[in-house]
Write a protein that binds this ligand. Structure first.
Ligand code: NAG
Length: 206
C-alpha cells in the first residue's frame, strides 16, 4: 500500500514538472501560430469530407446497371475511400433482397478481383457460394461488400440522416451530407472553443 502511494506521488510530480518545462519555453505567438494551423487543418478536413461524399468518381447519381458501379474500382478505390457512410434501411434491405438468390465468390468487392481482362473476374481458387452463405444478413452485406464504406442504419429514406443509393430526380444525399457536415462542425467548433479557452487560461498563467 505504501509503495503504491509513493508511486502516485512520484508520478504526479513528474507530470507537473514536464508540463511547466514544456510551456515555459513556448512564446504566446508560437502558441497562436500552432492554434491557427490546427484550425485551418480541421476546416480543411471538413471540406474534404464533403467532397468525398458528393463527388466520388463511382458515386451513383442516377440508377444504372450494377456492373458500372464496381468496374475498375479496384485500381482507384484507395483515393476515394469513404468510411461508415450511413445507408438508409430501405436501400440496404432492397439491395439485399434483390441479390439474395445470386451467387458470389467474394465478400469484399473492393479488392482481390482479377482485372487481367476488361471486367472483374473471380480470383483463381475463389469458389462461388450462395449469397446468403457469404452474407447471412442485409447488414453483413451492406457493410462488408465495400469494406465498411457503408454502415447499416435504422434510418428511413425520409429521415434525412442516411444516404440513398438509388433515387430519381434531385440528389437527396446532398442534404444528408450537409447535415453531417454541420453536425460535425458544431462538435468541432465546441472543441475548438474549449481549446481556445484553455489556451487563454494557460497564457494568462505564464
Ligand atoms: C486472371 O485471369 C486470367 C484469365 O483471364 C488467368 O490467366 C490468370 O491466371 C488469372 N490470374 C489470377 C491471379 O487469378
Amino acid at each position: 500500500r505504501n509503495h503504491e502511494f509513493s508511486d502516485t506521488i512520484e508520478c504526479s510530480r513528474i507530470t507537473r514538472d514536464d508540463f511547466s518545462q514544456f510551456f515555459s519555453g513556448i512564446r504566446p505567438l508560437r502558441v497562436w501560430l500552432v492554434f491557427t494551423v490546427l484550425l485551418s487543418f480541421s476546416l480543411c478536413s471538413l471540406a474534404n469530407k464533403l467532397n468525398m461524399c458528393m463527388d466520388g468518381k463511382h458515386h451513383k447519381t442516377e440508377p444504372g446497371p450494377e456492373g458500372e458501379l464496381y468496374q475498375q474500382v479496384d485500381t482507384t478505390w484507395r483515393k476515394e475511400r469513404i468510411l461508415d457512410v450511413p445507408l438508409c434501411l430501405e436501400d440496404c434491405e432492397t439491395w439485399y433482397n434483390d441479390c439474395k438468390n445470386d451467387i458470389t465468390c467474394k465478400e469484399n468487392w473492393h479488392k482481390g478481383w482479377n482485372w487481367t481482362s476488361d471486367t472483374n473476374h473471380c480470383p483463381v481458387g475463389a469458389q462461388c457460394r450462395k449469397w446468403t452463405d457469404v452474407f447471412p444478413t442485409a447488414q453483413s452485406m451492406c457493410e462488408k461488400i465495400w469494406s465498411n464504406s457503408y454502415k447499416y442504419t435504422m434510418y428511413s429514406r425520409d429521415s434525412g440522416r442516411c444516404m440513398q443509393m438509388w433515387f430519381k430526380g434531385e440528389n437527396p444525399n446532398k442534404k444528408v451530407a450537409e447535415f453531417y457536415l454541420n453536425h460535425g462542425s458544431r462538435t468541432e467548433t465546441a472543441m475548438m472553443t474549449s481549446f481556445t479557452l484553455s489556451l487563454v487560461v494557460l497564457l494568462s498563467m505564464l
